[in-house]
Design a protein around this ligand. Structure first.
Ligand code: GLC
Length: 739
């Protein structure tokens, strides 16, 4: 529709119709089986609002959305189509690894392709907008939503934010691209103590320097929507935070797209205590520039009286409606309200071989080999008896909590994948123990009930253990599959003890006591504390929740079809007491390694080293590499100039593989303290066995900029250290000066 026609349409709307465009409801209002949480009917809104709401949440499926859209338009006076929005975070029906795993690929191009294929499936199913990418910076492994993030580094998160937005949206062609909604703006991952929905409080400098850039990267990549976060920013809930939404997002960043709240976040401002009631909450949100009210009655019931009482101007509503109409127009909804949703295309695309192949590739690059003593991996396909034990051995629960539209029946299990490649009689499999002893924590969450899991009875547990011991005693090597329950991470999944579930730790000890070499494969939505297991297992493979093709990808790595190349994007602590733990912290005045003080009087603990069990950027492969000859092209450079840092990387192993060469910088003296190391570049390269490549990085002033003492964003003259290596710890060093 032409913009002039859109303007006319806006002018033709009544105030009530305009307000309804700002309301998002769930599918159960439209007799659809949505993933609605809670009895929305009690929302206390009129039937008229239901008939005129602007968008709908988490209802998808071509036939379903076609029915809802046509019934809606039939009733509608203004004929403005509904926007269908949904959580399509790491796959629609074909599920890729959780984002913490996608981040571990260090391969934005690969992830962009995963996003592109996801968008195609989602379009077929009638999605217009997805609430992704989630780009929250995470540093506290206790937080359940680490699983949705690509990790603890600002620079790396920016690369993935851009890749996911570009992959999901493309040119926003019907059938190809869906609008992306970057979330959760802002700094939701900074929840104190890793406790879900907890207070976030930090300096503006830290916010701007470390937490905001990934949202900015998504906005600069053209994301069409931004979702407000539940938390406070500077003690004002983000959803009513005018400085954040208007000054930063709209004025400084030039974002003129749609702002939607997170689930019920407007009404929650009364719980936060910045609004006395729904009316005040609605005023705060609309004045902050929030366009869509997700799942509360605040806008629906309060905006009209606020306007009639002269407390807010109708112009605020007009601006919000205009942004929503522009998005609907950009998506072509006025020309085709169904936007290529098609049951035939669903049959053709959903979990098709091409998408499965992409999921297998992505999962293969997401796996992180953390330990491989005596090269026990890769395993042999012949002449080696393998015992596969543990609750994940034949489990289809490999897709994680936020695979809203994924189906576990599509998942290839590890057992099935291993049986595909092994001679009969080579593999013996036993669950061995339950996933958990107590499922009460699941709290009746709909999907938990559906998971159908429940504790093993005493007899079942004894029988399973006996079966596992039998398998282990007859095997040459044990593959043990342990992990958190998939409901122990994701939203509402904060934990204070981030070890493996106790029942599984007991099983691990019992099985390792048999003395056979153990390959431990771990399934989790956060860094777990694996300190004990890492000592006893011969090999440790981090699998995250690897997705629909997880079993195939794990078998590919176990038997050497794929040489593991994953590298961690979150530090793994030795104990939960270290949280929050991240590589790019400040040196402090009493750093352990170089302090003028000694003994207890340094920045450390009495009972644990400061460093992580596994560092940011860490991961092993089946080949080894040697880094040498780091050179810096000039001792110094000034504004407008650049210098080159080069290093030789040799594959000293006997198999070819991928290597992620990482570049870090340290600004030795700044007008404010500066991180001991910051990732500023990486290159993932292929090396044949014995091959050596020279890898170069260009460094210019842009890479040195930060928020200085007076909050200007610029580079300051001074000395810098440069590090290049295979992870944040194992690096070659150089230096240069910026003048
Ligand atoms: C949830 C999540 C958000 C999601 C939204 C819609 O509470 O915080 O990430 O997109 O509600 O389901």
């Amino acid at each position: 529709m032409k913009e002039s026609q859109l303007k006319e349409l806006l002018e033709s709307l009544t105030l009530e119709e305009k307000i309804c465009q700002l309301v998002q409801l769930s599918g159960d209002f439209y007799a659809a089986d949505a993933m609605a949480v809670g009895p929305q009917q009690k929302l206390g809104i009129s039937e008229k609002v239901v008939d005129n709401a602007g968008s709908i949440l988490n209802v998808l499926g071509a036939d379903k959305i076609r029915r809802i859209q046509s019934e809606y338009l039939e009733k509608s006076r203004h004929k403005i189509p509904l926007l269908f929005m949904s959580d399509i975070i790491y796959g629609y029906r074909t599920i890729y690894p959780i984002p913490l795993g996608l981040g571990a690929t260090w391969n934005p191009e690969l992830v962009k392709e995963c996003s592109r294929l996801t968008a195609k499936e989602a379009c077929a199913a009638g999605a217009h907008v997805t609430f992704a990418p989630m780009v929250d910076l995470v540093r506290d492994a206790r937080w359940g939503r680490c699983m949705e993030s690509t990790g603890e580094d600002t620079y790396l998160n920016c690369q993935f934010a851009k890749a996911m937005v570009e992959g999901l949206q493309g040119e926003l062609k019907p059938g190809e691209g869906i609008a992306s909604c970057v979330k959760h703006f802002a700094a939701y991952g900074g929840a104190e103590a890793g406790r879900e929905y907890n207070t976030v409080d930090m300096s503006e400098r830290r916010l701007r320097e470390e937490y905001l850039p990934s949202y900015r990267a998504a906005v600069d990549a053209g994301c069409e929507m931004v979702m407000t976060s539940f938390n406070t920013v500077d003690e004002i809930p983000a959803t009513g935070n005018r400085w954040l939404m208007d000054q930063v997002l709209r004025k400084e960043w030039g974002f003129d797209g749609v702002i939607i709240t997170d689930y019920a976040a407007i009404q929650e401002m009364t719980a936060h205590g910045v609004a006395a009631d729904d009316r005040e909450a609605a005023r705060l949100a609309i004045e902050a520039g929030v366009d869509i009210d997700m799942k509360t009655p605040c806008y629906a019931n309060q905006l009209k009286p606020l306007i009639e009482d002269g407390e807010i101007s109708e112009e605020l509503v007009d601006k919000a409606v205009w942004r929503i109409l522009k998005l609907k127009n950009k998506l072509g909804l006025f020309e085709d309200p169904y936007r290529a949703a098609s049951a035939e295309r669903e049959k053709e695309l959903l979990v098709c071989d091409r998408h499965r192949a992409q999921a297998r590739k992505a999962a293969g690059e997401a796996l992180v080999l953390l330990k491989n003593e005596n090269h026990i991996l890769p395993l042999k396909k012949k002449g080696q008896k393998i015992a596969l034990v543990g609750p994940y051995s034949d489990s289809s629960n490999l897709i994680g909590l936020w695979a809203v539209h994924g189906k576990t029946e599509d998942v290839v299990t590890i057992k099935a994948a291993m049986e595909e490649v092994l001679e009969p009689g080579t593999l013996s499999c036993a669950q061995g123990c339950g996933m958990l002893e107590d499922y009460a924590f699941l709290g009746g969450f709909a999907r938990a009930e559906k998971s159908g899991e429940k504790p093993l009875s005493k007899e079942q547990a004894e029988a399973e253990l006996a079966k596992a011991l039998e398998a282990v005693r007859n095997a040459d090597v044990v593959v043990m599959t342990l992990g958190e329950h998939m409901m122990q991470s994701g939203e509402g999944g904060s934990r204070t003890d981030i070890r493996l579930p106790e029942i599984q730790r007991r099983f691990f000890d019992r099985i390792t006591a048999e003395g056979k070499p153990v390959v431990l494969i771990v399934f989790n939505g956060r860094p777990l504390v694996l300190t004990e297991e890492s000592q006893k297992a011969a090999a440790v493979l981090e699998a995250w929740y690897p997705g629909t093709e997880g079993g195939h990808a794990i078998a590919d790595v176990l038997f050497g079809e794929v040489n593991p190349s994953g590298r961690l994007t979150m530090s793994f602590p030795r104990t939960v007491g270290q949280a929050p733990l991240y590589y790019n912290g400040f040196n402090t005045g009493r750093p352990v390694k170089t302090s003028i003080h000694s003994g207890r009087f340094m920045s450390k603990y009495l009972d644990c080293p400061n460093d992580p069990l596994y560092s940011f950027g860490y991961g092993l492969s089946y080949h080894e590499t040697a880094y040498s000859d780091l050179t810096v092209s000039a001792a110094s450079f000034t504004s407008g100039e650049k210098l080159t840092v080069s290093v030789n990387v040799k594959n000293t192993g006997v198999v070819a593989g991928l290597e992620t060469v990482q570049l870090y910088l340290r600004d030795l003296v700044g007008s404010v303290v500066r991180p001991v190391k910051e990732l500023k570049g990486f290159q993932k390269i292929w090396l044949e066995a014995g091959e050596k490549k020279t890898v170069s990085f260009t460094i210019g002033e842009e890479l040195l900029k930060f928020h200085t003492k007076d909050m200007s964003f610029c580079a300051e003259p001074g000395k810098f250290q440069v590090f290049v290596g295979k992870n944040a710890e194992d690096v070659l060093e150089g230096e240069f000066e910026f003048q």
